[in-house]
Design a binder for this molecule. Structure first.
Ligand SMILES: NC(=O)c1ccc[n+]([C@@H]2O[C@H](COP(=O)([O-])OP(=O)(O)OC[C@H]3O[C@@H](n4cnc5c(N)ncnc54)[C@H](OP(=O)(O)O)[C@@H]3O)[C@@H](O)[C@H]2O)c1
Length: 317
């Protein structure tokens, strides 16, 4: 293909992106609104216990928020969320074949970003048939447009024995770096505990937020003992918490831990639990992506402040 047609294609692509951003009411300059904001200091990092590799304590979820189909304006906004996330020092993005078009939207964003961010890809396998697991993983990989995944998790323990076998084999063949399992909303914690005790998994993903703290009882101590990284999903109870607290005055302690929003305080609560490796808030709003990355830096609450935070949120939310 000659340079001319390639350049024309790139130009058309850029024009389309600019039109989409304009349609979405965003800055049209190549360097967007978020990069015009002051640079952030480096995020707090925590080791993946099985390897020592460091990860920023705030990642990015993608359920619902990135299921935007083919709408170019919405895709441009998703790209802006991913760009803002990387600009804030973020790395781990979590998705699943269960999340509609989210994987493709992430892959699309990753190809549009120049330079691309330092991605840590966390996807899932979610299919009742163990035999069809490898084909699903390969389809997901193509949608993400990555050479291989960093982390693959068995979603909601579906056919977990078969899928774990596949994932451990992929890891042994160096086609995958880490293996994990997920659940949410306190479901099947007994089974999660058994798997954590019996299988050499690197990651477990569970629901943990300021009001849903059941995992503190057994799962977090066990993760520490078994050297398993923990991803906290539903950090805002799927937005119920941020909504309930919106417009409510931030208590005085927020300033002590450098928080200017409730979202930052909710995330700092989660990542101040030392056995949490990272929290993965989802957002469709680039300003919220920046807000969430602000929670990954500066002071964290100690045990006494954590108790006050719980009491205040229980009262206010
Ligand atoms: N079993 C599993 O494997 C499992 C289960 C559940 C979740 N997950 C993963 O965990 C991720 C997070 O959980 P979730 O999506 O259920 O919910 P969540 O992250 O607790 O809440 C998402 C909601 O919070 C709002 N939000 C985000 N940042 C905000 C901010 N700074 N200020 C105000 N509102 C904000 C978003 O609205 P805006 O778009 O307006 O910002 C969105 O509606 C999922 O996306 C998924 O990747 C996995």
């Amino acid at each position: 293909m000659g340079m001319h047609s390639r350049q024309r294609r790139l130009f058309l692509k850029a024009s389309l992106l600019q039109a989409s951003l304009a349609a979405a009411g965003m800055a049209v300059s190549a360097r967007s609104s978020a990069s015009a904001a002051p640079p952030l200091m480096a995020p707090i990092l925590r080791p993946i216990p099985s390897s020592g590799e460091l990860l920023p304590v705030v990642g990015l979820g993608s359920w619902i928020t990135f299921n935007v189909g083919n709408d170019p304006a919405a895709r441009a906004v998703s790209t802006e969320v991913v760009r803002t996330f990387f600009a804030g020092g973020g790395r781990l993005i979590d998705s699943s074949p269960m999340y509609g078009s989210a994987q493709d939207v992430i892959g699309d964003a990753l190809t549009r970003l120049r330079p691309p961010g330092t991605l840590f890809s966390a996807d899932k396998v979610w299919i009742g048939s163990g035999e069809r697991g490898p084909a699903q993983v390969e389809a997901s990989r193509k949608l993400w447009r990555v050479p291989r995944f960093d982390l693959l998790q068995v979603h909601n323990l579906l056919a977990w024995e078969d899928h774990l076998r596949t994932l451990f084999a992929m890891k042994a063949a160096k086609r995958l770096r880490y293996v994990g399992i997920t659940t949410s909303e306190g479901r099947r914690h007994g089974e999660i505990v058994n798997i954590m005790q019996g299988q050499p998994i690197d990651f477990v993903q569970v629901s943990y937020n300021i009001l849903d703290r059941e995992v503190e009882q057994r799962i977090l101590p066990l993760a520490r003992e078994r050297r398993i990284a923990v991803i906290a999903n539903r950090p805002f109870r799927q937005g119920d918490l941020t909504q309930a607290l919106s417009g409510k005055r931030l208590p005085g302690w927020a300033a002590e831990i450098g928080c200017t929003t409730w979202a930052q305080a909710l995330l700092k609560f989660i990542v101040s639990e030392p056995n949490i490796t990272c929290a993965i808030p989802a957002t469709a709003n680039p300003a919220h992506a920046r807000d969430n990355m602000l929670a990954a830096r500066g002071p964290l609450p100690d045990a006494a402040l954590r108790r006050r935070m719980i009491a205040d949120v229980e009262r206010i939310a």
